[in-house]
Design a binder for this molecule. Structure first.
Ligand SMILES: *Cc1c(COP(=O)(O)O)cnc(C)c1O
Length: 369
């Protein structure tokens, strides 16, 4: 492994493969696998991740917005791409790039039908999203007759799949609610199959759904965070391998006298003779101010060094008083110890937010053997 010489987000494609195989192993062999690569593949690099997953044989990709799908097509990705949250203004581009929209409301259905007709599409694949309790996007169960009516005599689109999304698949205290969502979705699939032809395929589970409710895998699952190494569960986190690791170096070491302060607004005051190290990353790189002032630690030569004072835009300062280190030494911000999940939890957020916050300014390096 090359020695870190600046701030880099290391992306381990072997770990991605490990996680993919682990999650696949939880499923029936015939269940399709959709890799969620929205938000730069959870802050890593959507093109490299999609290329690797395509080689591994995933059946589908999902992104949130049309723009993200266009980037994948421009990079040569051929696998079908579901766009989870498209807006009508982008429908022409979506069709030009062979992206497949989630149709989540009567309005978006009518808008898509219009564009598909204008562009003379025949049986363009779409995916209908049902709301089963998350109350975010989707048709209601009793909209099936409306959908049937709107599709009658129209051949511009074809419903390739229907799907829904679980609200609390990671939280076993909410098991009753999740089981109700699953049975609601099952009912929707049955009614849809009775009323609308040809029968679409069905999907419901995200990563924690795969782990906790694999009996509801239907025809496909949609996994994001699990591919990147987290399962919202300590036991699963121990088996999965983190894909992204944020590493940096010590730019400068300072010896601080008792009573001196460190950083903006003099937020940290030294109690004795202390040693601090300055690192070349800050809130503009995705390490927000909430991680400062002793809340969170990074790892220097295997030892915990708390972030002290306020996080700056391009720098953080850490306390290395009791750590044997020098300028140029490597620092693990997250990825090993602490893990992204541990780092995030110090400020009451989740690995999803920390990972997707790592800004495009941070250099990405790829590891694959
Ligand atoms: C983001 C997203 C997923 C992926 O969820 P994970 O918890 O990361 O596996 C699946 N389905 C939908 C609709 C999503 O928006």
């Amino acid at each position: 492994m090359p020695k870190t010489a600046e701030t880099v987000l290391e992306i381990n494609l072997n770990h991605l493969e490990h996680n993919y195989r682990y999650l696949k192993g939880k499923l029936k062999p015939e269940t399709k696998f959709l890799g969620v690569v929205k938000a730069f593949a959870y802050g890593s690099d959507s093109i490299k991740i999609a290329q690797k997953l395509e080689k591994l044989g995933v059946d589908y990709f999902a992104v949130a917005y049309v723009k993200e799908g266009v980037q994948l097509r421009n990079a040569g990705i051929k696998t079908p791409i579901l766009v989870l949250h498209p807006q009508a203004i982008n429908f022409t581009e979506l069709i030009e790039c062979c992206l497949e929209p989630s149709i989540y409301s009567p309005k978006i259905l009518m808008e898509f039908l219009e564009v598909a007709k204008e562009l003379r599409q025949k049986e363009y694949p779409v995916h209908i999203k049902f709301n089963t309790g998350l109350n975010r996007l989707g048709f209601w169960e009793n909209d099936i007759d409306y959908i049937k009516k709107k599709l009658e005599g129209r051949d511009e689109i074809i419903v390739t799949s229907i799907f829904s999304h679980l609200a609390a698949s990671e939280d076993l205290n909410e098991k009753d609610f999740t089981l109700k969502q699953i049975s609601n979705f099952r009912k929707i699939t049955q009614e849809f199959d009775e009323k609308i032809n040809p029968k679409p395929f069905k999907h419901l589970l995200n990563t924690s759904g795969i782990i906790n409710y694999s009996e509801a895998q239907f025809d496909m699952v949609r996994s994001g965070i699990g591919l990147y190494g987290f399962g919202n569960n300590v036991k699963i986190d121990a088996v999965l391998k983190p894909v992204a690791s944020l590493n940096t170096i010590i730019s400068q070491i300072h010896k601080i006298e008792p009573g001196e302060t460190v950083g903006y607004n003099r937020a940290f005051t030294s109690e004795g003779y202390q040693i601090t190290a300055t690192l070349p990353l800050g809130h503009a790189d995705g390490i927000g101010r909430q991680y400062g002032n002793g809340k969170t630690y990074v790892s220097v030569n295997g030892q915990k060094a708390p972030i002290i004072g306020n996080v700056c835009m391009d720098m953080i300062m850490i306390d290395v008083t009791n750590i044997d280190c020098q300028e140029g030494d490597e620092v693990v911000v997250f990825g090993g110890n602490p893990s992204a999940e541990e780092f995030a939890s110090t400020s009451k957020t989740i690995s999803y937010e920390l990972l997707t916050s790592i800004s495009q300014r941070v250099k990405r390096v790829f590891i694959e053997s």
